[in-house]
Design a protein around this ligand. Structure first.
Ligand SMILES: Cc1cc2nc3c(=O)[nH]c(=O)nc-3n(C[C@H](O)[C@H](O)[C@H](O)COP(=O)(O)OP(=O)(O)OC[C@H]3O[C@@H](n4cnc5c(N)ncnc54)[C@H](O)[C@@H]3O)c2cc1C
Ligand SMILES: *[C@@H]1O[C@H](CO)[C@@H](O)[C@H](O)[C@H]1NC(C)=O
Ligand SMILES: *[C@@H]1O[C@H](CO)[C@@H](O)[C@H](O)[C@H]1NC(C)=O
Ligand SMILES: *[C@@H]1O[C@H](CO)[C@@H](O)[C@H](O)[C@H]1NC(C)=O
Length: 428
């Protein structure tokens, strides 16, 4: 089976890993010149940890942990309070052991596949046009001018996939706005920085966060909930605009936010990885058409508010590859695509649900609201540091993130162990 994958983020390379193991030949095109180091902490939850284990990549992911000591709040005078330290083997913190920077995770999957003899990556390359998609094959023209035919084409080029627009009718894709915006970038570390995730609730529905990374720099984030509809439109316009427009808006809206807002605003112009993201979900009526199938954020972006984008992409890659591996010679891939969707869609829909009051609760507008949050957080912080209480409460407050939240189907090709490393294959 010859497979073309569009997009080397999280979903694309994890799919390539499983497809290569099942004996397929995989080509992945990526728009960027090199693997994007962008993005902040992502958490690998539940069943996705089991998938990592099947890939033999657990140690690799732990090695690139974010080194974060835990989560703490910052008060209006800039002082930390309400610490939630990471406690190994328990879930009593907002920081998990399986937290890794998005860019590092993408590199883990890329590194684990790039030397496989049946996997090829083409950077600085996109699918320019899908020429045909029929019973026999899918034919494409790449941006480098090559015309190629494949058995299937996988769209894993993210939430804003242009190819999805080309391949599916407009009414097949729904964008659900979640009324919140996030901006991420990396800044130089200074001696007063620490190894905690520091969260500061500025009033007026703004939050500022600073957290460490394993590369000696600090990851900064602004999040913002608009005050009304006109304000929301202003932010949506900036999201579609260029970086200068976005910087101007941030300067206007965060200059008076307090704490380290000035330092952060001043660092934006030189940030290598500035990323402005409206919280919007993708919902598709059907994930495939003919020989073309969507995976990860392209098909079902849940937003970082759920903490599930990465896990959905990883589990999805496993199921899609598994179903494809079950096809008999000559069978149309739509059979596998339909199975992937019917097995996986209920879980995706469950995980796309966001408690509607949560984002508003953590973005206080008034001093009174902030006082309430701070009081609750302080109390909770004391509780989780009292072991016997913590064990009872953790299950209520924090996700039991190690349990198998999605029952993984078993596929014979992925059951043998242990996975031979791609680098070892090359030297055989
Ligand atoms: C730069 C960036 C930063 C992110 N930061 C965070 C974060 O801090 N926190 C968080 O929770 N989630 C973040 N995400 C989203 C997160 O990666 C996804 O929710 C999740 O991991 C699913 O990944 P994915 O592979 O489906 O999509 P993505 O990770 O978005 O990967 C899509 C890939 O496709 C490439 N691409 C785009 N267009 C084309 C094209 N036309 N042809 C070929 N390739 C193309 C992109 O360059 C990218 O490498 C970020 C995504 C990106 C792209
Ligand atoms: C987390 O990363 C640090 C430094 O990058 C490393 O020393 C530590 O061993 C890692 N933790 C695990 C569990 O691998
Ligand atoms: C990927 O491989 C490169 C080159 O060998 C290495 O520098 C990098 O640290 C690796 N990254 C991860 C996340 O494994
Ligand atoms: C690569 O694919 C071919 C079939 O196209 C297969 O025979 C071979 O075993 C694969 N190589 C590896 C290392 O999986």
């Amino acid at each position: 089976m010859r497979v073309l994958i569009s997009g080397a983020g999280i979903a694309g390379p994890s799919l390539a890993w499983f497809l290569a193991k099942a004996g397929a030949r995989v080509t992945t095109v990526e728009k960027a010149q090199a693997l994007l180091p962008h993005g902040q902490n992502v958490d690998i939850q539940g069943s996705a940890r089991k998938v990592l284990k099947k890939m033999g990549l657990v140690d690799e992911v732990l090695k690139f942990n974010t080194t974060e000591k835990g989560t703490q709040l910052i008060d209006s005078k800039g002082r930390p309070f309400a610490p939630f330290p990471v406690q190994k083997g328990t879930a009593n913190s907002f920081t998990s052991e399986f937290e890794i920077l998005r860019g590092d995770l993408a590199a883990v999957f890329y590194n684990a596949t790039k030397d496989h003899p049946n996997v090829t990556y083409l950077f600085d390359t996109t699918v320019k046009e899908v020429i045909s998609n029929d019973d026999v094959s899918v034919k494409v023209e790449l941006s480098n001018g090559d015309v190629q035919t494949y058995d299937i084409l996988v769209l894993s080029d993210g939430q804003w996939s242009k190819l999805r627009k080309q391949c599916f009718p407009e009414d097949a894709v729904k964008v659900v706005d979640k009324d919140m915006f996030a901006v991420y970038w990396t800044i130089p570390r200074i001696p007063t920085d620490n190894d905690w995730w520091n969260l500061y609730a500025a009033l007026g529905r703004r939050v500022i966060s600073l957290r460490p990374d394993p590369h000696g720099t600090i990851r900064a984030m602004f999040t913002r909930m608009p005050m009304n509809e006109a304000h929301r439109q202003e932010w949506l316009t900036a999201a579609r605009g260029d970086r200068a427009t976005q910087e101007t808006l941030l300067r206007k809206e965060f200059t008076d936010a307090g704490w380290q807002s000035q330092r952060l605003l001043d660092s934006i112009p030189t940030a290598p990885d500035f990323y402005f993201q409206p919280m919007q979900q993708i919902k598709m009526a059907k994930w495939s058409t003919g020989r073309i199938v969507c995976l990860g954020d392209t098909a079902y972006a849940p937003t970082p508010l759920t903490g599930m984008g990465t896990s959905l992409a990883i589990n999805g890659a496993y199921v899609l590859a598994g179903e494809l591996s079950k096809l008999e010679n000559g069978e149309h891939p739509s059979k596998a695509f339909d199975a992937y969707e019917s097995i996986y869609r209920p879980f995706v829909e469950e995980k796309q649900q966001i408690p509607s009051l949560l984002p508003g609760f953590v973005h206080p507008n008034t001093a009174r609201h902030r006082f309430l949050i701070n009081t609750l957080a302080s109390a909770l912080s004391k509780v989780v540091r009292t072991p016997w209480l913590a064990n009872r409460l953790a299950k209520m407050v924090f996700d039991e993130s190690d349990h198998e939240d999605f029952p993984l189907p078993k596929y014979p090709v992925f059951e043998e162990e242990p996975a031979v490393k791609a680098t070892e294959l090359n030297t055989q």
